[in-house]
Design a protein around this ligand. Structure first.
Ligand SMILES: Cc1cc2nc3c(=O)[nH]c(=O)nc-3n(C[C@H](O)[C@H](O)[C@H](O)COP(=O)(O)OP(=O)(O)OC[C@H]3O[C@@H](n4cnc5c(N)ncnc54)[C@H](O)[C@@H]3O)c2cc1C
Length: 465
């Protein structure tokens, strides 16, 4: 027996009851991610393996039947990367969620791909350790973080996912299990396949386990809210701040509209004096973290003086719960934008000094397309998040190409952290050097000769079905 019915039987035998669903009986959540482009696609099967051997056997079966495979972590991605292929097979890592080892001396953890950021943090806290990368959605899985090279608010100090992953266990399309790197903080031994797989959005391999580098938790934290008269002066304060040696762990900008939206959605009153509020049109949110209270106080003083010389209207040091609530409100921005009807999301990264130029151009471009853009961003690393409001699909596609093209023209990249996925496949191909695309296609074929791993993504000349 060959074809879908034999595949169905093989998957049922391999995984056992309750660990595979078939169309049309899938859990609705498995059919989409959190992209603002609402699609829900029915694959042939959604599988929930619990071991690497099962993942390898699923890949072998899919390859034998030439079925496309889409890896799925927690489905919190924002670019359609985990959206299934019609009639294909989803490999969900939701049940591969064990922490295999935690070494408090070497500051290394080995985790399965389905472990969430939230669960990892809870496991590390008693050891005084943390995984310092901080993408805003803590239900995201480490496998998803690895495959999007997730960033988040703390990248300005700690870097992004790829700076904290030292090794991977992964399954290739034909079922071969490979192990790259290891529990070491340096490695000059051959091509760095760990780094090649990071950010590949499920197109090179199914990542089953990840070796992570951990950091000590720092005990003393202060969150500073700094209002400015305009975005240009807020942005101009960022390069000297980053150069100051204060090593802020978060440097975010939030425009006026966005701050109003996120504080009102969270019921948060910032306590800004009315005379200051009346003159404010942009904010910086800065977090300092240090080992001792004395050092924190000295750093806060230095920060106030630095901002004072750069046109800040006032400096508010938020304590405890209020600080936490502001960061949480900022994390919730995506949901606030979604509820307000945003049609798309920009995640362009440019050199940090060019953020004001990009934002000025973005406002002009949006006006040309009768659209509105508003947002915030990880300005310490030049990563701009803009919600785009333009419901007409054709106009929005042209607008997005113009906005992303402007980012590239300023020396930037289309995506700083969300990835290309389905949503930005066309602009990626339009704006990327064809030589780079071709070289990546050759690498892809070395890993996945039948092009079965998450096809119709950034390298594929075929539009996503
Ligand atoms: C409210 C909100 C805030 C967010 N804030 C941030 C932020 O600050 N910074 C940031 O970087 N992102 C942010 N994100 C986006 C999202 O959380 C990240 O992209 C995250 O890395 C996705 O993880 P996931 O487990 O949900 O992956 P999924 O959405 O399930 O998958 C993402 C991609 O990775 C692939 N993939 C997943 N698991 C595997 C695996 N084991 N092997 C191979 N491929 C795999 C998928 O095929 C897909 O291409 C935010 C999302 C939301 C909803």
């Amino acid at each position: 027996m060959t074809g879908p019915s034999s595949l169905r039987t093989s998957l049922e035998n391999l995984l056992g009851p309750g660990a595979v669903t078939f169309s049309p009986y899938h859990a609705p959540d498995d059919l989409h991610d959190e992209s603002l482009h609402p699609v829900a696609i029915e694959p042939f099967a959604v599988t929930y393996p619990t071991t690497t051997d099962q993942v390898a056997e699923i890949a072998r079966l899919a390859t034998r039947h030439r079925l496309p495979m889409t890896a799925r972590g927690s489905g919190t991605g924002l670019s359609g990367g985990a959206v299934p292929i019609p009639g294909g097979l989803v490999v969900s890592f939701a049940r591969m969620n064990r922490i295999r080892s935690l070494d408090a001396d070497d500051h290394i953890a080995v985790v399965e791909a389905g472990v969430t950021l939230r669960d990892l943090d809870a496991a590390l806290e008693p050891h005084g350790l943390r995984y310092p990368v901080y993408p805003g959605e803590t239900s995201g899985s480490l496998g998803g973080n690895v495959n999007t090279n997730a960033g988040g608010m703390r990248a300005v100090r700690h870097g992004v996912t790829r700076h904290h992953v030292t090794g991977l266990e992964a399954v290739l399309a034909d079922g071969t299990v490979v192990t790259t790197g290891g529990p070491v903080v340096k490695n000059s031994s051959g091509y760095d396949l760990t780094q090649l797989i990071i950010g590949s959005e499920g197109t090179l391999a199914l990542v089953t386990a990840i070796t992570l580098r951990l950091s000590p938790r720092l005990a003393h934290t202060a969150t500073v809210l700094a209002p400015f008269e305009d975005l240009r002066s807020a942005a101009a304060a960022v390069p000297p701040l980053v150069a100051s040696g204060l090593e802020p762990s978060i440097v975010e900008y939030v425009d006026l509209v966005t701050m109003a939206a996120i504080t009102s959605a969270s019921g948060l009153t910032l306590g800004i004096a009315p005379a200051i509020a009346a003159r404010t049109s942009a904010y910086l949110v800065i977090v300092l973290e240090t080992r001792t209270r004395e050092q924190l106080d000295a750093d806060l003083e230095h920060l106030s003086a630095l901002l004072g010389g750069r046109g800040v209207l006032d400096v508010y040091v938020l304590e405890g719960a209020m600080a936490q609530r502001l960061i949480e409100a900022r994390e919730r921005l995506f949901w606030v934008s979604k509820a307000a009807g945003a049609n798309d999301l920009i995640d362009v990264v440019v050199p940090r000094s060019r953020v004001p130029a990009f934002l000025a151009a973005a406002t002009d471009i949006a006006a040309r397309f009768d659209a509105l853009v508003a947002g915030c961003g990880h300005i310490g690393d030049g990563n701009v998040h803009l919600s785009v409001f333009q419901p007409d699909d054709e106009r929005r596609r042209a607008l997005m190409l113009a906005l992303l093209g402007e980012g590239v023209r300023l020396g930037g990249q289309i995506s700083g952290e969300h990835g290309i996925g389905r949503d930005k496949q066309a602009p990626y191909l339009a704006l990327t050097d064809p030589t780079l695309v071709e070289l990546q296609r050759r690498i892809k074929l070395a890993f996945d000769p039948w092009r079965l791993l998450n096809p119709y993504r950034h390298l594929d000349e075929r539009a996503a079905p």
